[in-house]
Design a protein around this ligand. Structure first.
Ligand SMILES: O=C(O)c1cc(=O)[nH]c(=O)n1[C@@H]1O[C@H](COP(=O)(O)O)[C@@H](O)[C@H]1O
Length: 321
């Protein structure tokens, strides 16, 4: 049977009792020395060494978090910076994450039109025409919809065919998102509201049995009032909510991103989880200490979000804090 991204997401979130999406944004400057030393010894200080270090780091993080989270998000820039070696680490991480039962979002923020958009969608979700059917592809992609409807449709089509998802930027977490996204149009609504209406209408075609569309929206955790506004405007859209932790987002602040059913939002954090060991002197950090720090910060994040949902009568009934 054709899998539906929104349904799979709901199922996995309930299973893992976690609304978190952990960002694997590998930055060698922050890696522990026990990983860097091994990489330099084996390959030298070059893109191949970087790729090895990233794969080793990511697999360790995945092994540490896999039982307590449903989703990981890989930001492409951190992999692309090491060229083909970086992309090897990217795809190896996607493969390993899925093998460990995780849903993988390729945070590519792609945006283009027509056949070019289709090619981008195929690159991350489809595998292209001449690829093997067992080629690794991501489960979802982030896109930039600000080129209009024809920049969304090709991604939606490929995603739908493959049972994958799309998260389109609506109101981003960064301070400068006010510059364009909050601008008021003549009709009285903001640019981002206009985008949300388009996405919402578009997403109607792809709603699953849990009531969520495979076309979701990115709304930053740093704007709790906007989360409330867009939740009302987009009841069937799953939100990807980045900006929790390092950027200032909190459990109480993201409650508005959820529907009354206690679902509908994935709260995303990268640095505050995967580099949570940095408070310790990480030069002498052991693998065990690294795992413990990551485990603890994820447990705190899950607890913070679930407790906030419970206070607001929005905790999915199958979940306990
Ligand atoms: O699409 C995203 O994931 C995204 C959208 C947005 O509005 N803000 C935002 O920070 N992100 C991404 O979310 C992650 C945030 O990382 P931390 O601030 O370390 O949790 C990075 O990968 C960003 O590229």
């Amino acid at each position: 049977m054709h899998k539906h991204f929104g349904d799979v997401l709901c199922e996995q979130v309930k299973l893992k009792k976690s609304h978190a999406a952990i960002g694997l944004d590998p930055n060698l400057d922050k890696f522990p020395h026990f990983i860097l030393d091994k990489a330099v010894q084996a390959y030298g200080k070059n893109p191949e060494g970087a790729s090895f270090a990233i794969e080793t780091f990511n697999k360790l993080v995945i092994d540490t978090i896999k039982n307590n989270v449903a989703v990981i998000k890989l930001q492409l820039a951190y992999y692309e910076v090491y060229g083909s070696h970086g992309m090897k680490a990217f795809w190896e991480t996607v493969r390993y994450g899925q093998e460990q039962g995780l849903i993988v979002i390729a945070d590519a923020k792609r945006g283009d039109i027509d056949t070019t958009a289709t090619a981008y969608a195929e690159a991350f979700l489809g595998g292209g025409m001449w690829n093997h059917s067992n080629q690794t592809v991501a489960d979802a992609i982030t896109i930039n919809p600000y080129m209009g409807k024809d920049s969304i449709e090709p991604f939606a089509n490929v995603a739908w065919k493959k049972g994958c998802g799309v998260f389109a930027l609506v109101k981003t977490s960064n301070p400068s998102s006010i510059d364009f996204q909050d601008q008021e149009l003549e009709c009285g609504s903001s640019v981002s509201e206009k985008v949300s209406v388009l996405l919402s209408e578009f997403g109607q075609r792809y709603i699953g049995k849990e009531g969520y569309s495979s076309i979701g929206a990115v709304i930053g955790a740093t704007y709790p009032d906007k989360l409330k506004l867009f939740r009302e405007k987009m009841p069937h859209s799953f939100f990807l909510v980045p900006g929790y932790g390092t950027q200032g987002g909190t459990g109480d602040g993201v409650v508005n991103a959820f529907n009354g059913d206690g679902l509908g939002a994935l709260i995303s954090a990268s640095r505050s989880i995967i580099y949570s060991y940095i408070h310790d002197a990480h030069t002498f950090l052991s693998e065990e200490k690294m795992r413990l720090a990551i485990e603890k910060s994820l447990a705190q994040m899950n607890q913070d979000i679930n407790a906030a949902l419970l206070r607001n009568n929005k905790l999915v009934h199958t979940m306990n804090c």
